[in-house]
Design a binder for this molecule. Structure first.
Ligand code: ATP
Ligand code: MG
Length: 590
């Protein structure tokens, strides 16, 4: 455990950037206000962005909480150091991309609070717009003797690549003359050869201890219609070749990726050095840095598995509030600030580790506590009849009560609701035969109706089967909260309630973790085997009248119960629907 790596996790990238800024590593860069080759950038003005980072998702799925870490990191560093983070769609793979994903990804990044608008430019880019340059780069490598067309079968290539302990074997096509390579590569481009019949490979070192340097493929033949370039190309660059080029064309300074790309870094540098030598790319070149991806307990972040949850109907879509997708977290009631806070707290490190799910919920509670309006809701209602109401106040009387919207923010105002002769309370707030230490309602005992009067319980009504159908109590006169007599009677229990005649029925979705195991896919287990059968429970509850038309997405703390959000899709005026965002405390702790 090196201290440097683990105790100051948020610093290693910052230190690198601060050092580069101090040394002026990137001070000489020029920028033409668009991605481009060396000639184009050199003719531009001095780059106004001190650093350039990028967030480069493949538009083949919805973003999840792991991407959120990368977004907060890349956009956060750019913001903190006078730079800009590019929003780049890595759409070089023709087969998987869809507009639906592009839209949802841009939405999610903006919702998280970030922008790619800076220094007068909109830094929203599509890697497929660089195909022409990538092709030119490949020809330049061929001309300089750094690439060759290989006609081995995929299987031969695999076998000849060698292993960790055995060197690879040179391809019989490795020493083809440049002119022949060039001609064949052009034929590949022109559709003269079948898919998979040949590839263009970088000519590096088949004996390298780093297998990624054993002549990696850089272009393949693939007849597929691309969403941006249509049928213009039947050859496509490999990701490891395309990515460094995308970074360089965009003037990226710090290219931050996850740890599994560490072994690719030498190839990243190899590609850029060769193309800069050929005069195609401007120096100084971007540099790649790796950080540990986010692993969160109780959560799956594999795109394939998330897709399976959606497609097989284990959840109700990508934005199901149980999904770790950004759209799911949003619908669950997460705020952008909570996710940013989470990203800050976990920091970045060079070592893979697991973050406990409670860290995410903790950041959420810390953010919502100061923001969420308070409200009373009764989730498991039983009726309570105030039997001396009519005698005291007259039949049908409604007694105005008021409470702060937030106990610590008077500026958020007050909320008004009426106490009436019949209310609903939580079923657990009445017991016929209470255990020791129970301070709520039982025959003879007094408790306070929050923001209202002290009441004394007199008994209950039951149906033929013995179920309690109503609790009976009497108002203790002159004890209303906020009046001089409020403290004249001391009680130990305080009860939340909603007026039965003025409160509003609401659908409430009680969400919980989607999996019962901290590591749902550990040890080869099928993650579907530990789906939590109680991850969603729908109940009918009662809420304060003011919540009947809560704005979709508005957040509340239901006193005693936790944080809830008005569902952004299903909320309708007069027919409220709330999602439980999280309980007030972590109930999963051992
Ligand atoms: P795929 O398996 O399809 O490649 P991916 O999760 O790597 O999926 P990308 O769209 O390639 O998805 O990811 C975009 C960016 O998000 C990458 O730069 C990647 O490093 C980062 N990213 C993805 N997952 C995580 C994670 N769990 N933690 C941190 N960063 C992540
Ligand atoms: Mg990826």
């Amino acid at each position: 455990m090196s201290e440097e790596k683990n105790t100051t996790p948020s610093n290693f990238l910052r230190q690198i950037i601060e050092r580069d800024l101090a040394q002026g590593t990137y001070a000489s860069r020029r920028w033409s206000h668009a991605p481009g080759d060396a000639a184009q950038q050199v003719a531009g003005e001095p780059d106004p962005a001190k650093i350039r980072t990028r967030f480069p998702p493949e538009p083949n799925g919805y973003l999840h909480v792991g991407h959120a870490k990368s977004i907060c990191l890349n956009f956060g560093l750019a913001r903190d150091y006078g730079g800009v983070c590019h929003m780049r769609f890595d759409d070089t793979n023709p087969e998987k991309e869809e507009q639906e994903y592009v839209d949802s990804i841009t939405d999610s990044v903006q919702w998280l609070g970030f922008s790619w608008q800076a220094f007068g430019d909109t830094h929203l880019y599509f890697a497929s717009n660089y195909f022409d340059f990538m092709y030119r780069a490949a020809e330049a490598l061929i001309e300089a003797g750094h690439a060759y067309v290989d006609q081995q079968t995929a299987e031969e290539m695999r076998v000849n690549r060698g292993t960790l302990t055995e060197k690879g074997i040179d391809s019989p096509w490795r020493n083809r003359p440049v002119a022949e390579n060039l001609a064949l590569f052009r034929e590949m481009r022109d559709g003269k050869h079948a898919d998979g019949s040949m590839v263009l490979r970088a000519k590096i070192d088949m004996a390298s201890p780093n297998i990624n340097l054993r002549d990696p493929a850089i272009y393949r033949i693939k007849r597929a219609t691309h969403h941006n370039t249509g049928d213009k190309w039947c050859i496509y660059p490999m990701y490891t070749f395309a990515h460094p080029i995308e970074d360089a064309l965009e003037n990226i300074t710090h290219s931050i990726c996850t740890l599994e790309f560490e072994d690719q870094r030498p190839f990243y540098d190899w590609v850029l050095e060769r193309l800069a030598d050929a005069g195609l790319l401007a120096r100084p070149l971007p540099k790649q840095y790796e950080f540990a991806r986010l692993n969160l307990t109780y959560v799956i972040t594999s795109k394939r598995k998330l897709m399976q949850l959606v497609n097989e109907g284990h959840v109700e879509g990508w934005d199901d509030p149980r999904m770790p997708t950004i759209v799911g977290l949003r619908r669950r009631g997460y705020t952008p600030e909570a996710i940013q806070l989470f990203a800050e707290r976990i920091g970045v490190s060079k070592a893979d580790s697991w973050i406990d799910y409670s860290t995410l919920e903790g950041a959420l509670r810390d953010d919502l506590d100061s923001k969420a309006a308070r409200a009373m809701a009764v989730l498991d209602p039983v009726k309570l009849k105030l039997t001396n109401w009519d005698a005291l106040f007259g039949a049908g009387h409604a007694e105005p009560c008021s409470a702060p919207v937030h106990p610590h923010h008077e500026d958020m105002g007050r909320r008004q609701f009426n106490l009436t002769g019949e209310i609903v309370i939580e079923r657990e707030d009445f017991m016929e035969e209470p255990p020791k230490g129970y301070h709520r309602l039982y025959p003879g005992n007094m408790a306070r109706l929050k923001y209202g009067y002290v009441i004394q319980c007199t008994g209950c009504e039951k149906d033929a089967a013995g179920n309690i159908t109503a609790v009976l109590a009497e108002i203790v006169p002159d004890t209303k909260s906020g009046t001089p007599g409020a403290d004249s009677v001391k009680v130990k229990g305080v009860i939340t309630w909603v007026s039965a005649s003025e409160g509003v029925p609401a659908e409430i979705r009680l969400y919980d973790r989607l999996f019962t195991e901290a590591h749902p896919d550990a040890g080869g287990r099928n993650f579907l085997d530990c789906l939590n059968p109680d991850s969603k429970r729908v109940i009918s509850a009662w809420v304060e009248p003011g919540l009947a038309s809560a704005a979709p997405d508005s957040k509340f703390q239901f006193e005693r119960h936790g944080y809830f959000v008005a569902d952004r899709k299903d909320m309708q005026p007069g027919k409220p629907v709330f999602n439980r965002t999280t309980t007030l405390r972590d109930t999963w702790q051992k």
